[in-house]
Ligand binder design. Structure first.
Ligand code: CMC
Length: 428
């Protein structure tokens, strides 16, 4: 393989080094191009731009491959626990028994939230979206832990921030929900595992405790693993770019939560259920909505379909579809929404519009159906995605810091007015 490519421009030849990853992915290094030639590259939406070299997640969108640190998602989803996968993503290797015990104990130990947080939560109106509340609360952690905000000063500060964030996010997420529905906030019960503890904080009340069904705990564990990382994407790249200014882990992750919120990203799981509900209340005619999705004059898109990188299938969607069938079967839930989803998927997969554009169900198409079966309210779906994605954001932020990456600062091609003179307001 040649280790450089040549760019011919205005009589000059510029050599661009070729960078190769461990899965033989090749990239042109253009970092010195502007200095040599005055040229920059332009790529709206970064569709063809690698912003970093990363050793965390490999995905091949054509072949439908997703691996965390080399381990196939199918194996992790079947055999692993979310905290084990989180350790793998953040620290690079699966933990041994002793490391896993220490990690679980540390996270259990830090689940409590400072009592003053209650005042903060009470300040939000009850109809506040829990994603907004969650990102605000994560930013607010900076106020409660000023001793561990510096990402450069010491590794211990970073380590304790990681543990605190992993431990406290489920508590904060459940508190955002309790605040919304006007129920008393529940404290974590540290004898429980990560997923069970979260479910209990969501559904128990001081009047009645809640012991989650193992089927539900297992399903949640799988969903969290499937969402744990997805290499560079809108929220993860946001976390890296905010962190590149040496902002704290909490500030960076809070920005990631906001980026995830949009319906084209993590907000899609909520949008899918809202779309399926709308189809149901409109008589259940899936084909009518397929036609709307294909109509270029109609802004409607089939939510849960299409992906920037997966162009044959999303391996997470395969696992989730099976999990949805299992969970609904075991819990005895008969959800008419599932039938509409299956009909929509079947019709879209044989429709030339979707086939030609390689639009397949993505991870969010079926995740909302499982969340509904687990009694998670619709506006908490994206919060569930955030809980799952947290190890990915942390691992990517840590990698960026350890590689001492420069501050993120893209360029632009200016298309505005050329220089002109100011005119007095009376003459405009
Ligand atoms: N329904 C109808 N048409 C679609 C859809 C859709 N869901 N997705 C893409 N298209 C069409 C689009 O109109 C365009 O058509 P044309 O070539 O005729 O102009 C073509 O397919 C390519 O679309 P694009 O917007 O250029 O593709 P993208 O890679 O920029 O966007 C996407 C990817 C996920 C934003 C998009 O497919 C979409 O909006 N999907 C619905 C939202 C969704 O489910 N998002 C969750 C993504 S998975 C969770 C995560 O990782 O964030």
């Amino acid at each position: 393989m040649s280790d450089f490519a040549e760019l011919h421009f205005e009589g000059e030849v510029y050599k661009l080094p070729v960078v190769e990853g461990t899965e033989n992915e090749k990239a042109l290094d253009i970092s010195k191009l502007r200095g040599q030639s005055g040229l920059i590259t332009i790529d709206p939406g970064y569709k063809n731009t690698g912003s970093t070299e990363s050793a965390i997640t490999f995905l091949d969108g054509e072949k439908g491959i997703l691996r965390y640190r080399g381990y196939p998602i199918e194996q992790l989803a079947e055999k692993s626990s979310f905290l084990e996968v989180a350790f793998l993503i953040i620290y690079g290797e699966l933990p041994n028994a002793e490391e896993l015990k220490k990690w679980e104990t540390e996270i259990t130990y830090h689940t409590l939230i400072h009592e003053d947080f209650k005042v903060l939560l009470e300040g939000f109106p009850s109809n506040a979206h829990p994603m907004g509340v969650l990102s605000s609360c994560v930013t607010a952690l900076t106020a409660f832990y000023p001793d561990s905000l510096d990402p450069v000063r010491s590794k211990d500060e970073v380590r304790i921030s990681i543990v605190r964030l992993m431990a406290k996010l489920p508590t904060l997420a459940s508190w955002a929900y309790k605040n919304e529905i006007g129920q008393p906030l529940l404290y974590p019960k540290n004898s429980m595992d990560y997923a069970s503890n979260f479910l209990r904080m969501m559904f128990a009340t001081p009047a009645e405790d809640f012991d989650p069904d193992p089927v539900v705990v297992n399903a949640l564990n799988t969903l969290l693993i499937l969402h744990a990382d997805h290499e560079q994407n809108c929220s993860t790249s946001t976390v890296r770019i905010v962190g590149s200014s040496h902002a704290s882990l909490y500030a960076s992750v809070s920005a990631g939560i906001n980026a995830l919120w949009g319906p084209l990203h993590g907000g899609a799981n909520q949008a899918v259920i809202e779309m399926l509900e709308a189809i149901k209340s409109d008589g259940g005619d899936a084909d009518k909505y397929l036609a709307k999705a294909k109509d270029k004059d109609d802004p409607f898109r089939l939510m849960g379909f299409g992906h920037r990188v997966y162009k044959n299938f999303d391996p997470r969607a395969r696992i989730i579809k099976k999990a949805a069938d299992d969970v609904l079967g075991k819990l005895g839930v008969n959800d008419p929404i599932l039938d509409i989803a299956k009909k929509l998927e079947e019709s879209a997969l044989s429709d030339p519009y979707f086939v030609e554009r390689k639009l397949y169900p993505n991870v969010d198409f079926y995740s909302g159906i499982i969340y509904r079966a687990l009694r998670i309210p619709t506006n908490m779906f994206t919060v569930m995605f955030a809980l799952g994605r947290l190890p990915g954001w942390i691992g990517q932020w840590k990698e960026m810091r350890e590689n001492n990456e420069p501050i993120g600062r893209p360029r632009q091609v200016y298309t505005g007015e050329n220089e002109r003179d100011y005119t007095d307001v009376s003459k405009r």
